[in-house]
Ligand binder design. Structure first.
Ligand code: B12
Ligand code: SF4
Length: 514
């Protein structure tokens, strides 16, 4: 059923972020929602604080250009910012909706905030459209009762600005799966979860064209030859991951995996390259190579469609399992420039019993060997300070990083998120949860260890983390390699600041040294 509205204007927003984040990527969750809304006739815009706030604040934007509905997306560390910005939207008379990973984990907490009218849990392309239809019905009901013919949302604005909107059951709110709302008595209602859609091809393409793409950065800290000013878009070729790494927060997709058809991915890729002028593309799936044959087929299709002249990267890495030499050769021919792998730890026992990564060091070494043989740039992600970690296992991680010698090593300290096995372990045995802790402290890439665990204190984790940067990046061969790169000199002040923090522990962390 197609719902059409000439009335409702919707702004989808990513809130201001205080967490470490050197890259500015377009927000695919908002892009997908905007694509669906647009396909159903709604007028929608995207506002991403990371690229807009320094030009115009949300407050100023809404004062100049009011919206009926403002939806915010929030991962756990950004939830405080989402609450703050929901107050701003409410001040300007908008209905506020919150969605995204943290809301799926803890919907009730946000529903208890007066500035939050609705919370959406899980994947939301269908929920948001049903929700707006309910809002239109609600307006009809309110208007008929108040006998007003105002075209805007005024019937719902009769309550004061920081009171939550109470919705009329008659408008059908109780039937919308995945929605949390308040009924007329003020009772918070959590409707049943919405099953994840099986057919991702049926979801309209993300609204890539709504982003001010020139304000975003390239997709990762640079390695040789990638354009610093690239027009960088991202593509989600599949959703979910069936692995169960103990630190990984997967509130939206759980342990499922759903791949798009190759034709559908190629059609979007073609749009990006031919119409939107993409000069860099990032695959941002959790695990795009779960089905190795499909991964190879995608590479072959990119070659066939002559899309392989635009470089692409696997932003968050790919799984070392499900790879072989042929896959990397095909990726290279298909235009892939750089590939990342979640290595996490250099100790097989840690990988197997603590991280439960479903991979061995031998698999890691093979994947790096094959990727390098295909002349792909490589990137490795390593985690320090998981529960059960020892100084010895962290030493093994540093040694493995040195041995693998990726173009870029990304060392992180473990961050617990609710819903993960690590969170449960720490709740039982660790000391992360102080009375003063708030969600923003759970950011992943901070330069502070988040917790001590049994005999392992925070200082040891932080010392080994700094040591990893020094031993990896201050090798003469590595320094020489960085020094001869043209982009190093273009971005010298930035690198200096980053190095001061990561190598010496001074100041704020900005990015992994490239
Ligand atoms: C790409 C990515 C990034 C990119 C881009 C981030 C961005 N702004 O989208 C970068 C590298 C910048 C990034 C940074 C961070 N990320 Co990140 N990221 C991802 C990744 C790998 C994919 C996200 C994606 O594109 N998903 C596909 C889209 C379609 O799904 P979606 O975004 O979830 O959106 C759907 C629903 O959530 C919902 N929805 C989302 N927003 C809204 C809003 C409204 C109003 C509604 C109604 C619904 C709704 O509807 C969408 C469509 O179905 C996920 C892992 C994952 N699979 O989710 C991690 C993930 C989201 N990131 C995570 C984290 C922690 C971060 C950081 C906080 C890291 C840090 N520095 O500490 C920062 C936060 C930066 C920021 N400003 O948001 C965690 C969040 C965990 C949690 N419990 O919150 C995840 C789940 C990774 C993990 N497994 O731990 N990230
Ligand atoms: S870390 Fe990667 S492989 Fe592990 S569960 Fe998360 S997405 Fe899957």
């Amino acid at each position: 059923m197609i719902y059409r509205s000439k009335l409702l204007r919707i702004l989808l927003a990513s809130p201001h972020s205080d967490v470490w984040n050197s890259r500015k990527h377009i927000h695919m969750g908002l892009a997908y929602l905007a694509g669906s809304l647009r396909a159903h006739g709604y007028e929608v815009e995207i506002w991403d604080a990371s690229v807009e706030a320094d030009i115009e604040t949300l407050d100023d934007k809404l004062a100049r250009d009011p919206f009926d509905v403002v939806g915010f997306s929030a991962p756990t560390p950004l939830i405080n910012n989402a609450w703050d910005e929901a107050k701003v939207a409410k001040k300007h008379g908008a209905i506020t909706i919150l969605g995204g990973p943290h809301l799926t984990l803890q919907p009730h907490e946000s529903m208890e905030k007066d500035q939050v009218d609705l919370v959406v849990r899980g994947e939301a392309e269908y929920t948001i459209v049903e929700l707006l239809a309910a809002l239109e019905r609600e307006l009809e009901i309110a208007r008929s009762r108040q006998q007003t013919d105002s075209p805007r949302l005024s019937p719902l604005e009769t309550q004061s600005e920081f009171q939550p909107v109470l919705f009329d059951r008659e408008a059908g709110w109780a039937n919308i799966l995945g929605l949390s709302w308040r009924d007329k008595s003020g009772t918070i209602r959590h409707n049943p979860d919405r099953p994840l859609p099986d057919d991702i091809d049926a979801i309209p393409f993300p609204a890539h064209d709504l982003f001010k793409i020139d304000r975003y950065t390239n997709l990762n800290p640079l390695t040789d030859g990638l354009d610093m000013k690239a027009r960088s878009f991202t593509v989600v070729t599949s959703r979910g991951c069936p692995y169960k790494c103990t630190y990984c927060s997967k509130p939206i997709t759980g342990d499922t995996w759903r791949g798009r058809s190759i034709d559908n991915v190629i059609a979007e890729w073609e749009w990006l390259v031919k119409d939107l002028g993409a000069t860099e593309i990032g695959i941002t799936d959790d695990i795009w190579n779960l089905d190795k044959q499909r991964a190879k087929d995608l590479c072959r299709a990119l070659i066939k469609a002559e899309l392989n002249h635009v470089p692409w990267v696997t932003i968050h890495g790919m799984k070392v399992n499900n790879t072989d030499a042929e896959l990397f050769q095909l990726m290279k021919q298909a235009g892939c420039k750089r590939v990342g792998f979640g290595v996490e730890n250099g100790d097989d026992w840690m990988l197997r019993h603590v991280i439960k990564k479903g991979q061995t060091i031998e698999m890691v070494e093979n994947a790096f060997k094959w990727a390098k043989a295909a002349k792909l740039q490589t990137m490795g992600f390593f985690i320090f300070g998981m529960p059960g970690e020892t100084e010895e296992s962290m030493e093994k991680t540093i040694r493995l990083a040195l041995k693998l010698d990726p173009d870029l090593a990304h060392f992180m300290m473990a961050a617990p998120f609710p819903g993960t096995e690590m969170w449960e372990t720490l709740k039982e045995h660790g000391n992360v949860f102080s009375d003063t802790m708030d969600w923003s402290q759970l950011a992943i890439q901070d330069n502070k260890a988040h917790f001590a665990f049994t005999d392992l204190d925070k200082e040891t984790v932080e010392r080994k983390w700094h040591e990893a940067h020094r031993r990896f990046y201050l090798r003469p061969r590595r320094i020489a390699r960085i020094a001869i790169r043209w982009d190093t000199w273009q971005r010298f002040p930035y690198y200096l600041k980053t190095a001061a923090n990561m190598l010496l522990g001074l100041g704020e962390r900005e990015a992994a040294a490239a």
